[in-house]
Ligand binder design. Sequence first.
Ligand code: HEM
Length: 363
Amino acid sequence: MRDSIIIDLTPARQWDTPVPCACRHLLWGPTSAWLAATICPPLGYDSEADEQRRHLTLQVIGEAVLSLPPDECDRVFPSLYLPVMEESNARALRPWRCYLPGPSWWQYRSRIRRLDTYITALIRQRWQQHCSGWQPEDPDLLDKILSSIQANKTAWSSKIEQQLCFEMKTFLLAGHETSAAMLTWTLLELCRNPELTQQVRQEAVQHLAEGACSVASIDRMAVTLACLKETLRRYSVVPVVTRKLLQDDELEGFQVPAGTYIACCLRAVHDLWKQPASWLPHRFLPGGEYESFDDDVRPFMFVPFIQGPRNCLGQNFSLLESRIVLGQLLSDFSFSLAPGVTHEPKLSVIPLAPANGLPVYAS
Ligand code: HEM
């Protein structure tokens, strides 16, 4: 079985059509080979594989936000960012860890400092470039924010620098593990569903073809998109969000005082659908269950990115990125699940991903 694992290079694809810069390296041949190599580890090597999927989405978001090349993302983030995220997740469930100055406490602090220093240096350097009249050819998110600071004639200060550093870290955090979890669950379901896999593969061949690929063509990958959305409904990778009430309020007839924390269970909303435990992407195709909801209810029946003024800024980016990754993988490889591995979610970490990883064979 192990011999069927593919780690070969596919021919590099040319890129000359407008897809956001950060998604481009997903279409390069080496990335395809890298994906295959990392997503298809030998059986029993699954925790490493999980990490590698996070590395890929980190590379994408690192390029989109800070124009970092993939190898620079690999050099910096796995050693600093990923352990910080792990400790933050651990602290969410075991808050006393914040107050116990053991080795992990010191490591956490030191990594955050190094991460802040690294990101702040990038911001400072980029600001100087902007001040010297430099015009980026392909502006990333940081460029866009700095241009707007310049246009508004806002005075530069250490406070702005710090705020930008926080914003960049938010993007890096919010923008990678979520997409990686969505991809993992979708691949799991597609491994169980050859017919849909074939449809996704056909869409990829048709719409990610060399020289013909654009945002418009990716938007025509309707079945692939439906698979990803159904994954977000079925698995609710962000199952809950919390809010603190700033003023007294009333909820379903109950008086709720200011200062109360409210947990909004997104997963409970997704369980209101018919056969909620089944993964049925056709719900999101024309004539499907999603369309059957009344207009005033529909936006609130599918809330993986929540709704309202603080909804997810990266939702379109994520679905675009993930259509490319899935399409690229399935047009080049066939996957099957490694036997004997269960796929329960790891409930202690958000976003939810399979506790035992997703070891698969590729051919
Ligand atoms: C499947 C992928 C994703 C899911 C399920 C997801 C889900 C969410 C959710 C539920 C929130 C609201 C959190 C809260 O208010 O407590 C959120 C916020 C956010 N997301 Fe995403 N996200 C995804 C991908 C991304 C990506 C790729 C990016 C960046 C490109 C991103 C950037 C953000 C940002 C910046 C916020 C904060 C918005 C604000 O507070 O105004 N997300 N996301």
